[in-house]
Design a protein around this ligand. Structure first.
Ligand SMILES: NC(=O)c1ccc[n+]([C@@H]2O[C@H](COP(=O)([O-])OP(=O)(O)OC[C@H]3O[C@@H](n4cnc5c(N)ncnc54)[C@H](OP(=O)(O)O)[C@@H]3O)[C@@H](O)[C@H]2O)c1
Length: 277
């Protein structure tokens, strides 16, 4: 029997980008899904798209509108989802927002909002699902961080802060939740072609744009393949893409020297070009 047959996954951010591509791939391998996000129209569209591709006698796709930043909403909706659809074997935390800008342009309110969605949002769903996974006797929690959660980069003072927090959170959970037979997977993708990067591009400094190219660009489907493979293999750290993997390797073996130095040189030249303009 296929690994995901008869399994149920709750996916936050399941209406778009990486969450949607992962949902689609899991569904194609027999998994039932509950997609969660705030916007009902995009949830319905995602649901219809996946539903058309599954065997409805064996699988189901459902949606729940939920704001991960609102802890009361998360506790209530996860409980509701469990009552209606059952305890999931897998929780994927893909809901997130991105922004890239010079630190001096980022307001307290923007910082607070991203922390509430990216960090507290993941904390909230994990705390809501944990009693149920313990009751079931196990499960798998997948947190989507970023390469920017492992390497700090120009223009990412806000985004990296949220994604580094998820790395620490996931490391601790991995260790703690083993005793309940719950596996934790931390995913750190490079840039992925989703609506997220269109939003980010509105304020991304030109220096950041050039440095970002060092980690490569993936399609949501490529990211999803790495995530699903990582779940099957029960891997802790998943870094999709060869360029991101090698960047991380050189960062680690050189204690940051081989990533900071080229990035500083690139930024120096990039700012000279933008000054000349
Ligand atoms: N794309 C990249 O380059 C990239 C790279 C590395 C890591 N990541 C991470 O991957 C994850 C997914 O990003 P993506 O590129 O797939 O973005 P995306 O296409 O913009 O999708 C984001 C999803 O999160 C949902 N969401 C946002 N805020 C939410 C909230 N408060 N409550 C519930 N759902 C919320 C959105 O739906 P609603 O707005 O309707 O709620 C949407 O379904 C994020 O955590 C992101 O940080 C992305």
């Amino acid at each position: 029997m296929a690994y995901f047959s008869n399994k149920l996954a709750f996916i936050t951010g399941g209406s778009s980008g990486i969450g949607l591509a992962t949902a689609n791939l899991l569904a194609s391998q027999g998994c039932s899904l509950v997609l969660m996000a705030r916007g009902k129209p995009s949830l319905d569209k995602a649901c219809k798209y996946i539903e058309a591709r599954i065997d409805k006698t064996l699988q189901s796709v459902n949606t729940l509108s939920m704001d991960v930043a609102d802890n009361n909403d998360v506790q209530e909706k996860i409980k509701l989802a469990v009552e209606k659809f059952g305890i999931p074997g897998i929780l994927i935390n893909s809901a997130g927002v991105g922004s890239g800008d010079y630190f001096e342009n980022i307001s307290y309110e923007q910082f607070d909002r991203a922390m509430k969605i990216n960090v507290y949002g993941t904390r909230n769903t994990v705390s809501a699902i944990l009693p149920f996974m313990k009751q079931k006797g196990g499960g798998h929690i997948v947190n989507i961080s970023s390469v920017a959660g492992l390497i700090g980069m120009f223009g990412y003072s806000l985004y990296s802060t949220t994604k580094y927090a998820l790395v620490g959170f996931s490391e601790c959970l991995r260790s703690e939740l083993k005793r309940f037979n719950i596996t934790v997977t931390l995913v750190c993708p490079p840039e992925v072609k989703t609506p997220f990067i269109e939003e980010e591009a509105k304020t991304l400094p030109p220096e950041a744009r050039i440095v970002k190219n060092l980690a490569g660009l993936l399609t949501p489907e490529q990211a999803a393949q790495a995530i699903v493979r990582g779940i099957k293999r029960k891997k802790f750290l998943v870094v999709p893409g060869i360029m991101a993997k090698s960047l991380l390797f050189w960062h680690r073996v050189s204690n940051g020297l081989l990533t900071r130095l080229p990035s500083d040189i690139i930024i120096k030249f990039a700012s000279r070009i933008s000054i000349k303009k």
